[in-house]
Design a protein around this ligand. Structure first.
Ligand SMILES: Nc1ncnc2c1ncn2[C@@H]1O[C@H](COP(=O)(O)OP(=O)(O)OP(=O)(O)O)[C@@H](O)[C@H]1O
Length: 219
């Protein structure tokens, strides 16, 4: 920022393993969103390298990064980012129309438990339902990696738990490598592996001995 250097991340060394469910935990300002945006090819680090399989994303040109995001990464944000003038089905179809070998919008909306609400507009859906549409949209392209930035941040506990159940289901049934970032520590219990970030650095990185079913979560 002008004269001031802000180090959002410093010396992060991290792997996401295929099929694994990772929760990245950290306080506000610890660098979680920056890290997720770099993993997802939305941002490029000023130094360091990022690999997707054997591809060095830090050396990719903008077209290659677009290709990586379009075909390999699904994003879920805290505030859903649905298009208000389109129905749930049409919001998902926006992605399936440009994807290779996608699921149909109907299949993914069934997967997130919204088979009955496909023709509703976002304003006719609750926050949790809108987030499930956003998850359906992210998953419809069959991404290899699903990245979720505070997916329950705007939701009350019960609704947030349903959203976590849906993410858990996608990870288990579709086999998508999944990373959820949150400041909410109890959510980490559903992960295979928990990474904690503090001041832009990885403070700890360890597997969970027992992965708790999302339906048992409480916070
Ligand atoms: N574009 C930017 N310009 C300047 N500073 C930035 C920028 N993006 C992030 N930062 C700073 O980098 C640090 C990490 O920010 P980041 O958004 O990654 O944290 P976070 O853990 O996701 O926080 P939160 O949970 O509050 O969103 C913060 O100190 C933030 O102010």
């Amino acid at each position: 920022m002008g004269e001031v250097d802000v180090h959002a991340l410093r010396g992060v060394d991290l792997r996401l393993y295929e099929g694994e469910f990772t929760v990245i935990l950290g306080a506000s300002g610890s660098g979680k969103s920056t890290l997720l945006n770099i993993i997802g090819g939305l941002d490029v680090p000023t130094t360091g390298r990022v690999f997707y399989r054997h591809r060095d994303l830090t050396r990719a040109d903008p077209d290659e990064l677009t290709e990586y995001r379009r075909y390999h990464v699904g994003f879920v944000f805290q505030f859903y980012n649905l298009i208000p003038s389109l129905t749930a089905r049409e919001n998902v179809a926006l992605v399936t129309e440009i994807a290779r070998d996608p699921y149909s919008p109907e299949e993914t909306l069934e997967l997130v438990g919204l088979g009955e609400r496909m023709d509703h507009f976002p304003a006719q859906l609750s926050g949790g339902e809108q987030q499930r549409v956003a998850i359906a949209r992210a998953v419809a392209k069959r991404p290899d990696v699903l990245l979720c930035d505070e997916p329950t941040g705007a939701l009350d506990f019960r609704t947030g738990r349903v959203v976590m159940q849906v993410i858990e289901r996608v990870n288990r049934e579709v086999g998508t490598t999944t990373a959820v970032i949150t400041h909410n520590a109890p959510i980490a219990r559903v992960a295979d592996r928990v990474v904690t970030l503090r001041d832009g650095q990885v403070e700890s990185d360890s597997p969970n001995a027992h992965r708790m079913p999302a339906m048992e979560l409480e916070w």
